[in-house]
Design a protein around this ligand. Structure first.
Ligand code: ZN
Length: 481
């Protein structure tokens, strides 16, 4: 079955066909590193990771780029706010780049703890200034941009398709209030390069043909996607004619407008080519039934949940477990349920390592493999895929599998895990440890003489050391928690 994805550009479920057979280019809008990234931000990245892993399991060669925004993202969409990085720097009395480094490091740590695959490039906006200037030059040459009051603006009236992604066409935006900027020809025009703003003490500035300044937020994503996913910058200079349409672009639903709409206007205005074939926008999440907000104090971060003792695998499980087009209610109860599901999974994997019966599970395996792939091909229906995994576990648990059959089950589980990213290969029976084995024998002896108190005492003592006992047909085994 072919993969189908819900494309926000056409608002339809569409069969996925990449530009180049067997290859996929994918751009995921990354974080603005002025503060910690919360679980809502990570929902988007877990979704992108799941998509990439599914494509790779299907045999596609995926190239993934996730940017880091460290300049130019304003607090207000209408170009009148202050740069988020500069504002954070003032508040924390640090240089904007120190702020960026601090929050980038935490972001990367959370990224790894959720077992997200490394993208092929992770460019920073501050490293792309030359390329951004080149894009702005092309837009000026082609009449899509103009200089006014020192800033360079994109002229949205020159781009007929403005609004095609978000539905916010200029007609519809006519009544939409934005802070009035007398330099703009049309109030929906957006800044490509800032020289003048209300915030004259902007620290990060670069030379440009239009004077010292800094880029607008949207420009970086057009540039980075072109640079790392297409041959447009191959010779070091921006060559619009060498640009190739990108297969997939993702970002949280709040990025759709104005950010992604402006990216489309920039890249298509500069190249006359279609920017992206498939736009995917995961929905927001709420926590404990409420909107997350710093003022309510209910913002969940990956690292703080881990500090509280929640397993990063359980966090990943919850973030990926709800379909990307549905709102996810992220709760601590949900993390508990995920933990229980993962324990069932781990117990199952350990049992497969110990199997010594005679039955096979070929039919169950065939069914599960088929159902797993079909569910994900259906617009990344992850709950269907997880159901296939747990059905297989339930069926296999009813049987006394032989060694070879259990090995085949494990191989199938590992193949599912190439997409799910739950580190199933790490779940193995513990290798020998004499001290532990001796205490298990003592416990066995206590149980045989029906000294339950002593048996429980030994079990609790081991549990306190992080050693968990479980029963198998071959007697009691143990593993580190
Ligand atoms: Zn972006």
């Amino acid at each position: 079955m072919a993969l189908k994805l819900y494309n926000s550009m056409t608002n339809r479920l569409e069969p996925f066909t990449p530009v180049h057979e067997g290859k996929v280019t994918m751009y995921n809008c990354g974080p603005t590193v002025y503060s910690y990234q919360h679980v809502g931000n990570f929902r988007s990245f877990v979704f992108a990771d799941l998509l990439r892993r599914h494509l790779e399991r299907k045999g596609f060669e995926v190239k993934q780029v996730v940017n880091i925004t460290d300049v130019g993202h304003l607090t207000d969409d209408s170009d009148e706010g202050e740069d988020k990085m500069e504002l954070a720097a003032k508040k924390e009395r640090k240089h904007p780049l120190e702020i960026a480094e601090h929050y980038t490091n935490q972001f990367l740590e959370d990224w790894r703890s959720l077992n997200l695959q490394e993208p092929h490039a992770r460019p920073k906006a501050t490293e792309m200034i030359q390329e951004i200037i080149e894009l702005v030059e092309v837009l000026l040459e082609r009449g899509h941009a103009y200089e006014a009051g020192g800033n360079i603006y994109y002229d949205v009236t020159t781009f007929e398709d403005y609004g095609k992604l978000s539905g916010n066409t200029l007609d519809k935006l006519a009544g939409h209030r934005v802070e009035h900027d007398p330099n703009k020809r049309h109030q929906q025009d957006f800044v490509l390069w800032f020289r003048n703003s209300k915030f004259r003490n902007h620290i990060l500035k670069w030379d440009s043909p239009w004077g010292e300044g800094y880029p607008g937020w949207h420009a970086e994503c057009s540039v980075m996607s072109a640079k790392y996913l297409t041959p447009a910058f191959k010779t070091g200079r921006f060559k619009p004619e060498a640009f190739e349409t990108i297969d997939i672009h993702t970002g949280g639903e709040d990025n759709k407008f104005p950010h992604h709409e402006c990216e489309v206007a920039q890249t298509e205005g500069a190249t006359d080519k279609k920017y992206v074939n498939y736009w995917l926008h995961p929905r927001h999440l709420i926590v404990e039934g409420e909107k997350m907000s710093k003022s309510i104090g209910n913002v969940y971060y990956v690292f703080s949940l881990v500090k509280e003792g929640y397993d990063p695998r359980a966090i990943r499980y919850v973030l990926m477990g709800t379909h990307f087009q549905q709102q996810l209610n992220f709760t601590k109860e949900g993390l508990g349920a995920a933990r229980a599901a993962l324990e069932r999974l781990d117990d199952f994997l350990l049992r497969m390592h110990e199997a010594d019966g005679e039955e096979d599970a070929d039919e169950e395996l065939r069914r599960a493999t088929d159902a797993f792939g079909k569910a994900l091909d259906d617009n990344l229906n992850v709950s269907g895929a997880l159901a296939a995994v747990f059905d297989l576990m339930r069926e296999a648990n009813k049987k006394k599998l032989g060694k070879e059959a259990a090995k085949r089950v494990l191989e199938a589980m590992y193949s599912f895990d190439d997409v799910l990213g739950l580190k199933m290969r790490d779940v193995k029976p513990q290798t020998a440890d004499e001290a532990v084995e001796d205490r298990i024998k003592e416990r066995e002896a206590a149980r045989q003489r029906k000294d339950w108190a002593e048996a429980d005492r030994i079990r609790d003592e081991l549990a306190a050391e992080g050693i968990e006992l479980y029963d198998t047909p071959k007697g009691t085994k143990w593993r580190k928690k």
